[in-house]
Design a protein around this ligand. Structure first.
Ligand SMILES: Cc1ncc(COP(=O)(O)O)c(C=O)c1O
Length: 390
């Protein structure tokens, strides 16, 4: 019998990183010294105090059984305290908090909890590809909101047609933003919450990079700071980037209790939660989030950011220093589209950057560099770029 895969897979956008991926493999196989700014995955290890807590937790037999369905109480309570200390927003750890197996899991499952087939989800472009995939899997219809440099990479809410707003059931926001590095102001969040109330849709704010910021005096905000936001918003927070814990798979959703209960119902039928020992280690991380090992992570990215931004600016890339995230979103030199630019970087400098068009059509004309590379290697990459004539 010939296997026929489900047609919903054909509705996903083409995977545009494939060409760069293939070239990267070829370059490595040919013995080239490739400097890889591609994947946004922290290169440094998880801080030692978190690993130590995990080592103890893993021996505890109570952690060997199925996880609790909405998460280990100690994790939820510590996460709620962390949230209050960081954003000044009080959360009920039992009703307004749900543990996730990484925020990607929560983003992937949320549309199944809130969209009817045919409902519209408003999706930023360029953006993290999961918003669109998860919408399509739930039978929803993506409506793209372009993020442009002129508007500080915030969507133009006034430009969304009234007919679209009427059919919208979900709005995805992501600040600090991947791939552009932009942050959102409290005024913008207020406008989003008011719009959601007026048109009766839910907002999912993806705050995976909330702790990768560079200005201690003006840290990224939570949408839940807006009065009444908990009626219409959930926000995803992840330990992945804050604590170099991408492989551990631990995050949480906070906000509207009814939406979280619906998401918990989807999850209850799909997964059985995050390993309890990882939740214990995660609680230790959030409890001690001001430790030197953690604040050092930001300092490392800051030094890398300053080095790379200065180097790119000298090499005919249009570039602004990101306020947050570990991404540098650079305008390609004149005359190059994002695929051609990334291909030249790889062919002639053995430097991997991601073509912006891979994040959506509005990403055309840009490439993204992830700051997950040591400074010595960034300096080598800059030397190589300086020899390229565009
Ligand atoms: C914008 C954004 N959201 C969410 C995630 C998922 O993070 P995690 O599933 O590790 O929490 C990522 C990962 O790169 C991301 O870039």
């Amino acid at each position: 019998m010939a296997f026929k895969r489900a047609s919903r897979l054909d509705k996903l956008p083409p995977y545009l990183f494939i060409e760069i991926d293939r070239k990267k493999r070829e370059a490595i196989a040919a013995g080239k010294d490739v400097i890889d700014f591609g994947v946004g995955d922290p290169d440094r290890p998880t801080p030692r105090f978190i690993i130590d807590r995990m080592a103890t937790a893993v021996y505890d037999p109570k952690n060997h059984r199925y996880p609790f369905d909405t998460g280990v109480p100690a994790f939820r309570e510590t996460a709620a305290k962390w949230f209050y200390a960081r954003f000044g927003v009080a959360l009920d750890p039992h009703k307004e908090m749900l543990v996730l197996i990484g925020s990607k899991e929560g983003l992937g499952h949320l549309p199944l909890a809130v969209l009817e087939p045919g409902d519209i989800a408003l999706i930023p472009s360029p953006g993290y590809p999961v918003y669109q995939a998860a919408t399509v899997f739930a039978g929803g219809v993506p409506h793209v909101m372009p993020l442009t440099e002129q508007r500080g990479y915030l969507p133009d809410l006034d430009a969304i047609p009234a007919a679209v707003l009427d059919k919208a059931a979900l709005l995805f926001l992501n600040y600090p933003n991947n791939p552009t590095g932009a942050v959102a102001s409290p005024a913008f969040y207020e406008k989003c919450v008011a719009l959601a109330r007026r048109h009766g849709f839910i907002i999912c704010s993806d705050a995976a990079y909330s702790e990768v910021y560079y200005d201690d005096g003006d840290r990224p905000h939570s949408i839940l700071e807006v009065p009444g936001a908990k009626d219409v918003c959930v926000e995803m927070h992840s330990l992945s980037k804050t604590f170099n814990m991408t492989g551990w798979r631990i995050a949480f959703a906070a906000g509207c209790p009814e939406v979280l209960a619906a998401l918990a119902k989807v999850k209850g039928n799909m997964d059985s939660g995050a390993f309890n020992a990882i939740q214990e280690a995660g609680a230790a991380a959030l409890h001690d989030s001001e430790r030197r090992e953690v604040t050092e992570i930001r300092e490392t990215y800051r030094a890398r950011r300053d080095l790379l931004v200065a180097g790119l600016a000298r090499s005919r890339f249009g570039v602004r220093s990101p306020a947050a995230t570990f991404y540098v979103w650079a305008h390609c030199p004149a005359g190059y589209d994002s695929m051609a630019c990334a291909a030249r970087l790889l062919d002639e400098a053995a430097v991997v950057a991601i073509p912006g068009v891979g994040f959506g059509q509005t990403g055309e004309g840009y490439v993204r560099f992830a700051l997950t590379v040591e400074r010595e290697r960034i300096a080598q990459a800059i030397d190589r770029l300086a020899r390229l004539k565009w």
